[in-house]
Design a protein around this ligand. Structure first.
Ligand SMILES: [Zn+2]
Length: 87
């Protein structure tokens, strides 16, 4: 069996196989989206597929560092909404 690549959660810093993580992407257009396919173009950051990590990520604005830009509260709210909608 092939070993899955390990990704580190930006919230809890734990490494987990990629397929257990949620990928958040900042697209070349500057949009930040929850990427369920893992194939969207852009800079990606990984968060556990866990409401606590998502919430922590939003509360502490952890994606700002991952993407190197300051994201608005609305963007974080949108990420949380997308997460809740599709899980
Ligand atoms: Zn986590």
């Amino acid at each position: 069996m092939r070993k899955l690549p390990i990704r580190t959660c930006v919230a809890c810093r734990q490494g987990k196989p990629k397929n257990q993580m949620l990928r958040v992407v900042r697209t070349p257009q500057g949009e930040v989206i929850v990427d369920r396919t893992g194939k969207c173009a852009g800079r990606g950051a990984y968060v556990c597929d866990d409401p606590e990590c998502i919430a922590k990520c939003a509360k502490r604005k952890l994606l700002d560092k991952a993407f190197g830009v300051a994201l608005s509260d609305e963007t974080y709210a949108e990420i949380q909404r997308q997460y809740e909608q599709k899980s």
